[in-house]
Design a protein around this ligand. Structure first.
Ligand code: ADP
Ligand code: ZN
Ligand code: ZN
Length: 729
């Protein structure tokens, strides 16, 4: 008997919430060479047709082949995703235990996920254009120039306009059928510099010299704001472009402003492709394509940009690597910083993690020698580091949270010296609590275990944990009493107070006041304008922005930062204080930081006062070591979310019971425990902790927990997910 021709089985990543690939048969009459991993296919799925990515072809399916359906069509003649991105997505799906199809979706812009093709973005000569005799366009010099440029091959519109060719000229040539649009296949970016940077300082030069392009290594670049980290990135990028490679730069959400992009554009001739979640689909697609075809030498973006394919990846930079916005908190819960390190390994290129306040995870990796650690200890331009001082609040009179001493310092800064003061208060609204003075009623959220925050400006009560909002009641809903008190502090209140006592403008920077990119933009203009003023804001202030005229930084309520249910509370507090402090007197000397606290003797403040961020991290690492928490143990949480108060606990307990006996020996299950806020948006939340002593057992435990959770019967409206390396517990 002759062996029958075995059909080719396609293993696909389909955008559905199931943790497995799907097998299909290849479309009939298709040459097998076209079936390369990374192409997209249209396949029937139920009664729909969906777009899926080919992961691999296999000889035999794990499913009965008679049941396999055939793919309808192939969409790409070339893979959209190269081998390293394919490997990265598969790794991430496994490591984060997330449905593989949804992970692959993160690597494609919506336009391509929807099944559309790559667009023709570039220009090239037509056959007619190529055959044009020399001197034919001598009377139209700009057209002749464009043709001359295109003789060297296709060009991106950006590089043509860079060379002085207007789009009108291109339209004219196109109407003469001398040039036409084509799909970009550029591979090497333009390495040219528009301006050369300053001469590097010794530490900068050392850091630069330690990075070898073309091979994998991880570097932790630690230096305060203004110490010249970005300059090191710029030099590395220049060297990377010089080799014909591209650089990928990740920036925290709030750090990605037009100024940041401009600084890179001012240095390099190559186009900078920018990718972030707030972009329109079309823009995002164009930037993705410029990255994928290699026409953009620099690709810059927030978290999700880490999955953007590059034609010639040569360098990855993660700026402010400690920043919380690198962790995705819903759906596919990954850490872009950690994915960046994995990606650099797969692409065989260096990755630079930069921060003034590195995460304990990265510091521990540096201590173990896995990451090379470089320090930039000074500030560029000789600006001194601000002096840190704690202000003992015990017994002091406070106005909207501000002591007389801090107020005097603010007055001195803005009114006497004509400089700017920056105040940090991590709570927006007017006050976090509204209470009835007659009966004690407190305004709580109906859907969460949380109080409602008073927003006086909008005359409403808002829950900062769900979307609940209602009008400010004129009287107590319980007893009808008319004397309603507010407790606690918020930015609105402090702003109002400062406006009554200061003559200069007070700018409030929080998510209520800063809606949209424009608001941040105009604030940065105020900061650059150097007019005397007070800038008062929340966490938004701490992200890498440059405030040259700030002479005084006040931390209004440091105690609120100290008390957090999360084991990362102290680490965050130290990072925050050092980050806000970094905004002071970057160019001027003698900046000052005042930290208001009732606990000036807390060792944490003592170390901060002495400027010893390292002393703090060393002692925090010690604590983590003794409790086996990250970075010493690997943490994952199985979280449940249900309308019924008891369902989640019962479900997690059942998972725990079933998983316990198969668990690797160095893993420990803790819980189920209620979440820090047990009820949120009307749903009860529980979590089962799993701490593993090694990565290998962590992976095994994650598989086990997910497997058990998937097979166990659960109440219909209960949902669960696994959070690997959670940033919030
Ligand atoms: P960071 O990224 O650590 O905040 P930057 O790289 O932005 O620091 O440097 C702060 C300022 O100092 C910038 O204006 C930069 O142009 C300048 N700068 C950086 N390195 C040097 C250097 N070696 N010589 C002179 N100026 C420098
Ligand atoms: Zn009352
Ligand atoms: Zn709520």
């Amino acid at each position: 008997m002759t062996q029958s021709n075995k059909p080719i089985v396609l293993r696909l990543a389909a955008p559905v919430p199931l943790r497995r690939p799907f097998d299909y048969l290849a479309p009939e009459d298709l040459s097998p060479e076209l079936l390369r991993p990374g192409i997209r296919l249209r396949v029937p799925f139920g009664s729909r047709e969906i777009t899926a990515v080919l992961m691999q072809t296999v000889d035999e399916s794990s499913v009965d082949e008679k049941q396999l359906r055939a793919a309808n069509s192939v969409l790409d003649d070339e893979p959209l995703l190269g081998p390293s991105i394919m490997a990265l997505c598969s790794w991430a799906a496994d490591y984060y235990q997330h449905p593989v199809g949804e992970v692959f979706s993160a690597a494609l812009p919506k336009t391509l996920r929807d099944g559309k093709g790559l667009s023709e973005t570039h220009w090239r000569l037509t056959v007619r254009g190529k055959g044009l005799p020399e001197g034919a366009l001598s009377r139209a010099p700009s057209q002749a120039k464009a043709l001359a440029l295109l003789q060297n091959g296709e060009q991106a519109p950006a590089s043509l306009s860079e060379a002085g060719v207007s789009s009108a000229v291109l339209r004219e040539l196109a109407s003469k059928e001398l040039i036409e649009r084509c799909r970009g296949t550029t591979k090497a970016p333009n390495p040219g510099l528009k301006e050369s940077g300053p001469t590097l300082g010794e530490e900068q030069a050392q850091a630069l010299a330690a990075v070898t392009l073309g091979e994998f290594s991880v570097h932790l670049l630690q230096g305060v704001t203004g110490s010249g980290k970005t300059e090191v990135y710029l030099r590395l990028i220049a060297a990377c472009l010089e080799r014909g490679d591209q650089a990928l730069v990740l920036i925290p959400e709030i750090g990605l402003t037009p100024q940041t992009v401009e600084r890179f554009e001012a240095r390099f001739k190559t186009p900078v492709a920018v990718l972030h979640s707030g972009m329109a689909d079309g823009q995002r697609f164009a930037a993705w394509q410029a990255a994928q075809c290699g026409s953009a030498g620099i690709v810059m973006g927030t978290r999700s940009a880490i999955f953007t394919p590059l034609a010639r990846p040569g360098l990855i930079v993660v700026d402010e690597e400690h920043d919380g916005s690198y962790k995705q908190q819903d759906g596919f819960r990954y850490s872009a910083r950690d994915v960046a390190v994995k990606r650099a390994q797969l692409e065989a290129c260096p990755v630079i993690l930069g921060s003034a306040t590195p995460s304990l995870e990265s510091l521990e990796n540096a201590r173990r020698g896995r990451y090379q650690h470089h320090f930039l200890r000074g500030r560029q331009g000789g600006g001194e580091l601000p002096m840190l001082q704690t202000l003992d609040l015990r017994g002091l009179h406070l106005n909207a949270g501000i002591s007389d001493y801090l107020l005097a310092a603010i007055r001195d800064t803005v009114e006497t010296q004509g400089r700017q003061a920056l105040l940090f208060l991590n709570r927006r609204g007017f006050a976090p609590t509204l209470q009835c003075h007659d009966c004690g009623w407190v305004a709580g959220c109906d859907h969460c275990d949380a109080r409602l925050t008073v927003h006086l400006r909008k005359r409403c009560l808002r829950c900062h944990h769900c979307a609940a909002q209602r009008a400010l009641p004129p009287q107590c809903p319980d007893c009808g009493g008319r004397s309603l008190l507010t407790h606690g502090l918020g930015t609105e209140q402090t702003e109002e107070f400062l406006n009554t006592v200061l003559r200069c403008p007070v700018h409030r920077v929080d998510s209520d006041a800063m809606r949209g990119v424009d608001a941040m933009q105009s604030l940065l203009e105020v900061a650059q304008g150097e007019e005397p003023c007070v800038i008062l804001g929340t966490q938004m202030l701490t992200k890498g922005h440059h405030f040259p005229a700030v002479q005084l930084v006040g931390v209004i309520d440091a105690d609120a930062l100290l008390y957090s249910a999360d084991f990362r509370g102290e680490e965050r507090m130290a990072q925050l204080v050092v980050q806000v402090a970094g905004r002071a007197g970057r160019e001027a000397s003698g900046g000052k930081v005042l930290i208001q606290t009732h606990y000036p003797d807390d060792p944490l403040f003592e170390s901060l006062r002495d400027g010893h961020f390292e002393a703090i991290t060393t002692s925090l690492l010690e604590k983590r070591r003794s409790s086996g928490l990250p970075p010493f143990g690997q943490l994952m949480l199985l979280r449940s979310d249900a309308r019924d108060e008891r369902d989640g606990e019962a479900f997690l307990r059942a998972v725990q019971r079933e998983a316990q006996q198969y668990l690797p020996k160095d893993c420990q299950l803790i819980g189920p425990l209620p979440s820090a806020m047990p009820r949120r948006a009307g749903r009860f939340r529980w979590q089962l902790w799993c701490i593993a002593a090694s990565r290998r057992s962590a992976l095994a435990a994650a598989h086990l927990l997910v497997d058990r959770a998937e097979t166990l019967k659960k109440p219909r409206e209960l949902s669960w997910f696994i959070d690997i390396d959670p940033s919030d517990v």
